[in-house]
Design a protein around this ligand. Structure first.
Ligand code: SF4
Ligand SMILES: [Zn+2]
Ligand SMILES: [Zn+2]
Length: 304
């Protein structure tokens, strides 16, 4: 079946509605969908300084590219890239190279914050120290901590991430399975339950785009030199859920879209339910925390 719009050879079949698209129609569709998410969910405001969290992978370089396209048109919007280097041998080096080349080509200022400089240990060293602990559980805590702290130091108004529809469907299911509904209240195209000066609001322009669509876009645009996955990825709970959802999607196309669409209908109720949840400051580092000591400081104490 040729492209639905121009009869050229297709490069992708959109899973949700079985539409075939050629390269140029797919790129238009992709960028239009990201722009619509930004507009419909008010992700950007006039004069915003947007810090984009990048890993050098397909999702984050694609979101940086799309936001840079907007910044080139909107002269009052400032864009900065922020890369967190966890210190994972054999994985991070090539993606850091891709990120540096990308930012150089598009003249985007890049900041790099590493676990080693900020927490004294690389993730590889932490994993050696705590072989029984799942790497992602330590990594996630420190990454969230550093992204918020560093983007606030950079005076960001928004922190943009490359999260896509698959990531969100995984998070929704993970929170359900762990009975962690208050965490689900913080999900959505823009995160958080209410405004807090300590938290830099996160925005997800690819919220309604699938992993397959983002990967195809990055590939067609030549953003990454090679695809590699984190060494620790396979041990995470998210990896298991990702596999489960991919199997489900193969049998019942549209399942991931339905999970996210149903969640979006419930999200206003969740935000209302948790709007008075206390956010305090960590006694040690003063960063936002829901208990007396934040998760990052609790882990740091354990390391020492
Ligand atoms: S897969 Fe886990 S360990 Fe690897 S970068 Fe992601 S969160 Fe960190
Ligand atoms: Zn076409
Ligand atoms: Zn702390």
């Amino acid at each position: 079946m040729p492209c639905k719009f121009c009869t050229s050879n297709p490069v992708i079949t959109l899973t949700n509605n079985k539409i075939n698209l050629c390269k140029s129609c797919f790129i238009k569709y992709f960028e239009k969908k990201a722009m619509r998410t930004i507009r419909d969910h008010s992700l950007l405001d006039k004069g915003d300084h947007v810090v984009v969290a990048i890993s050098g992978g397909k999702d984050s370089l694609s979101v940086l590219y799309v936001l840079n396209k907007i910044a080139e048109r909107k002269r009052d919007m400032k864009l900065t890239a922020l890369l967190i280097d966890e210190g994972i041998k054999g994985y991070r080096n090539s993606s850091i190279k891709d990120a540096k080349n990308f930012c150089k080509e598009y003249k985007i200022k890049l900041h790099i914050a590493s676990y080693k400089d900020n927490l004294d240990k690389t993730l590889d060293e932490l994993k050696k120290q705590f072989p029984e602990t799942i790497a992602c559980s330590m990594c996630g805590v420190f990454r969230r901590y550093l992204l918020n702290k560093k983007s606030r130091e950079l005076k960001a108004d928004k922190l943009a991430t490359g999260h896509n529809l698959d990531d969100e469907a995984q998070s929704i299911i993970m929170n359900q399975l762990r009975h962690n509904i208050s965490l689900s209240a913080r999900l959505g195209p823009t995160t958080g339950v209410r405004k807090d000066p300590k938290f830099i609001p996160r925005i997800k322009p690819f919220y309604f785009l699938t992993e397959k669509e983002v990967a195809t876009y990055a590939f067609l645009k030549n953003f990454i030199s090679e695809f590699n996955e984190c060494t620790y990825c396979a041990e995470s709970h998210r990896f298991e859920i990702r596999d489960m959802l991919n199997n489900l999607e193969a049998k019942h196309p549209g399942s991931k879209h339905s999970i996210v669409a149903s969640f979006m209908e419930m999200l206003p109720l969740l935000k209302e339910r948790f709007k008075n949840q206390e956010i305090g400051s960590c006694k040690i580092c003063k960063e936002p925390a829901s208990s007396k000591i934040c998760n990052a400081c609790t882990l740091t104490q354990k390391i020492k």
